[in-house]
Design a protein around this ligand. Structure first.
Ligand code: CA
Length: 421
């Protein structure tokens, strides 16, 4: 077992009950203090500044200071999964009630352990490349039924290929950043010609994304048994979508401007190491995938996913309860497939899962599915209805894994929608 995963560990830092960030989590993120960006971890309602901590010498001699005095975690995670496991174990030890090196050093403690509310939380990753998969069978079936043909909802390639497309890295934004309603070409089925205007069908997509910490040279591939060495951890990912723009533009090359105006992520990258106690088997894959996609072990995760809709008119309403374990294609298969033609994976790439829908209506991960393209609106407490997302609405996504011993969470992604110009 990884030492930092020991469910018996307790920290001298107070951790509220049901916090997403107990001592067993220790995700990586970036904070801004005194105009400087530092890599940090989170425990309870505090952040631990790793640049200040490393300068003190308490992390030992293994880590060069510059990886922590950085605007992003990229250089830090590029040290590799082994070093990141070592770092997490060392931080865990310093925060453990049974160890006093940091706890008893009041001056250092006051400089590196800061209330989360007192610092600016920043974008954790410099995203080089972003790919979005389409790995939930339930979601692909729902969309295929609505957009194409209920009889052949799942296209013939779907159970053979982890389908995906190249998205846009530059418009990935942090939780808390508002998103302006995009404009685009809209054409209803019976309209003679398209018009240009604000989307009337703005939607969220409930996804998780993984961040890579290792690269492969262009022209080489990644063996599925080694794929996990490339995956540092995960964030919550809201892949904003404009359904009316999408349905007019997506043939023949797939998603474009309906998807690339914004995607929102959570601030703390939770390591696959910390999520290890929550590994579960995924759905049975039938037909058997081609040999390069055959894996051993369990690579799905029992992570509960929630979406809340908040508005100035009512308190947040939970509208989705799904789970990461529903994904048909797992992350190792996605990454191996991505590099199977020799495409080079880079450190800091982001690979989103695709909307994660479950088998029942309450687990559908988009408004498109929840309201069946607007035909069955959701009723809100103030008497209003939602077919899609309205101006001033706020979408909050949460994700956490929980068993009897420990809760490893991701915090949240909160995004308010502002009117189009
Ligand atoms: Ca998506």
């Amino acid at each position: 077992m990884i030492r930092a995963n020991d469910p018996g560990l307790k920290s001298w830092v107070p951790v509220p009950e049901n916090s997403d960030f107990p001592i067993q989590n220790l995700p990586l993120g970036v904070i801004k203090v005194n105009d400087e960006h530092h890599v940090a971890t989170r425990i309870g309602d505090y952040v631990l500044d790793l640049a200040v901590l490393n300068r003190s010498g308490l992390l030992g001699v293994d880590f060069v200071q510059r990886v922590f005095e950085s605007e992003y975690i990229n250089d830090c995670i590029a040290l590799g999964k082994g070093m990141m496991r070592d770092l997490r174990n060392k931080i865990s030890r310093l925060l453990d009630t049974n160890h006093s090196e940091l706890a008893s050093d009041e001056d250092l403690r006051n400089r590196c352990l800061l209330p989360v509310k007192s610092v600016e939380i920043c974008m954790p990753v410099k995203v080089g490349n972003y790919t979005d998969f389409y790995s939930s069978k339930e979601h692909a079936t729902n969309v295929g039924t609505m957009f194409r043909d209920p009889e052949n909802a799942l296209l013939p390639n779907w159970k053979h290929i982890p389908i995906g497309y190249h998205g846009r890295a530059s418009s990935i934004v942090l939780s808390g950043v508002s998103v302006k309603r995009p404009k685009g070409q809209l054409k209803g089925k019976d309209d003679p010609a398209p018009v240009f205007g604000p989307t009337k069908q703005l939607d969220f997509e409930l996804e998780m994304a993984f961040v890579t910490c290792k690269s492969n040279p262009l022209g080489s591939t990644i063996n599925i048994n080694e794929a996990e060495e490339y995956i540092f951890g995960m964030v919550i990912f809201n892949d904003w979508s404009a359904r009316d723009i999408q349905s007019w533009e997506y043939v023949p090359l797939g998603p474009f401007l309906a998807k690339n105006f914004a995607s929102s992520i959570s601030a703390w990258v939770v390591s696959l190491d910390a999520l290890k106690p929550f590994r579960v088997d995924g759905p049975v894959q039938d037909p058997t995938p081609l040999p390069y996609l055959k894996f051993t072990g369990s690579h799905n995760y029992d992570i509960q996913l929630e979406v809340y809709l908040d508005s100035p008119m009512f308190i947040p309403q939970r509208i989705v309860h799904s789970n990461h374990k529903y994904l048909y294609w797992n992350m190792c298969q996605q990454l191996t497939h991505h590099a199977s033609n020799g495409c080079n994976i880079e450190v800091g790439d982001m690979y989103a899962s695709g909307t994660i829908s479950g088998p029942i209506k309450d687990s559908f991960g988009s408004m498109l599915e929840l309201t069946w393209r607007g035909s069955d609106p959701i009723k809100m407490p103030d008497g209003s209805e939602r077919k899609f997302i309205e101006d001033r609405d706020t979408i909050i996504m949460r994700a956490f894994a929980q068993n009897n011993d420990v809760r490893i969470g991701f915090g949240e992604v909160t995004t308010q929608i502002l009117p189009a110009d």
